[in-house]
Ligand binder design. Structure first.
Ligand SMILES: C[S@@+](CC[C@H](N)C(=O)[O-])C[C@H]1O[C@@H](n2cnc3c(N)ncnc32)[C@H](O)[C@@H]1O
Length: 287
C-alpha cells in the first residue's frame, strides 16, 4: 500500500460543497488512494468510489476492508464516463470529481507519468487500454503530434517539440519518460524555465492516451440525471481544458451554479501541498 498520510486536495472545501449528510449516498468518481472517500465515510455518508486504475482499486480494497464489509462503501473498477451504468436504487446526494493522477501513479516509475521515470513511456491509467504514450509518439506524424501538443497541452512550442521528438524517435533515442523530457528540454527556447519545459507535452500525451476530455464530458452528462433535487456536483480540475468543460455545465437547465468563479486552494494548502496551486473547484446544485 502507498502511504496515505497526506490530505486530499481542497478537502474542507469539497466536503462543505457536497453538503455531506449522514446516511446519504455520494459517488466519488476519482477514488484514487481514498482520501476524499475516507472523509466522506467519517462524516457518516455512504459512498460509491470508482477508479479506472486497477492499482488504486486494490489499494482502496485493502484500506477500506471494514467499510466494504459493512456496506457503507462500494468500490467499482470502471471509467467514470460510464457513470450511468452503475446500478442505483435511488438518486444520489452528491458526486465528486478530483481529476488527474494519484500519488501512487506519479511515484511509480513503471507507470511513465513523470519526467524522471526510467520505465516505459506508458501513461495509461487503465492498463487494459491498448495505446500507450510511446505508441503515440511513434505512430503520429510530425503534424499530428504538433497538433496534439498544441490542442491538449496548449504549448506554443508544439511545432518545435514535435520535430525534435520525431527526429529522436527515428534515431531510437526515446524509450522512457526521462528520454522524452530531455529531448524536449534541449529543444525548448527556455530549457531552464521554472516549470519543466516538457510539462505541457506530458499533459497532452496523458490526455490523449486516456481520452480524458471526452471521458469527462460524457461523465458529466451522465452525472446530472443521477442527482436528486438539491444534490451537489463538485468538480476539482487542474488545468484550463478541464475547467472549461466543468464551466460549460453552467449552461445546463437542470443545474444552478453555486460558484460564479471557481474556488482555489488556500495559501496555507498551497504551501503544504504545492500541486494544489492549480486546483479549481466548481460547484453545481440540481434544480
Ligand atoms: C487526483 S486522483 C484522486 C485522489 C483522491 N481524491 C484521493 O483523495 O486519494 C485521480 C484519480 O482518478 C482516476 N481517474 C482519472 N480519470 C478517470 C476516469 N476517466 N475514470 C475513472 N477514474 C479516473 C485516476 O486513476 C486517479 O486515481
Amino acid at each position: 500500500m502507498y502511504k496515505t498520510d497526506h490530505f486530499p486536495v481542497m478537502y474542507k472545501e469539497a466536503l462543505d460543497a457536497l453538503n455531506v449528510q449522514t446516511n446519504e449516498l455520494y459517488i466519488d468518481c476519482n477514488l484514487g488512494l481514498g482520501g476524499h472517500t475516507s472523509l466522506l465515510l467519517e462524516r457518516g455518508a455512504r459512498v460509491i468510489g470508482i477508479d479506472a486504475d486497477h492499482e488504486a482499486i486494490e489499494h482502496c480494497r485493502e484500506r477500506f476492508g471494514k467499510e466494504l464489509e459493512s456496506g457503507t462503501l462500494k468500490i467499482l473498477h470502471m471509467n467514470f464516463s460510464k457513470l450511468n451504468e452503475i446500478p442505483l436504487e435511488d438518486k444520489v446526494a452528491g458526486i465528486l470529481y478530483d481529476l488527474g493522477l494519484n500519488l501512487g501513479q506519479l511515484k511509480d516509475s513503471a507507470r511513465g507519468f513523470s519526467f524522471h521515470d526510467t520505465g516505459e513511456l506508458d501513461m495509461r491509467m487503465d492498463t487494459t487500454l491498448g495505446v500507450k504514450a510511446i505508441d503515440l509518439i511513434r505512430l503520429l506524424n510530425e503534424d499530428q503530434l504538433s497538433k496534439l501538443i498544441f490542442e491538449y497541452g496548449e504549448d506554443p512550442q508544439a511545432r518545435i517539440f514535435s520535430k525534435a521528438i520525431k527526429i529522436a524517435v527515428k534515431n531510437g533515442k526515446i524509450n522512457t519518460p526521462s528520454d522524452l523530457a530531455e529531448v524536449i528540454r534541449k529543444a525548448s527556447k527556455y530549457p531552464h524555465s521554472k516549470l519543466h519545459p516538457a510539462t505541457r507535452t506530458f499533459q497532452a500525451l496523458r490526455i490523449a492516451v486516456n481520452s480524458e476530455l471526452d471521458s469527462l464530458r460524457e461523465s458529466l452528462a451522465n452525472a446530472i440525471p443521477l442527482l436528486k433535487t438539491g444534490g451537489r456536483l463538485v468538480i476539482i480540475s487542474f488545468h484550463s481544458l478541464e475547467d472549461e468543460i466543468a464551466k460549460s455545465l453552467a449552461e445546463s437547465q437542470q443545474l444552478i451554479s453555486i460558484t460564479k468563479k471557481p474556488i482555489e486552494a488556500s495559501l496555507d494548502e498551497v504551501e503544504k501541498n504545492p500541486p494544489s496551486r492549480s486546483a479549481k473547484m466548481r460547484i453545481y446544485e440540481k434544480q
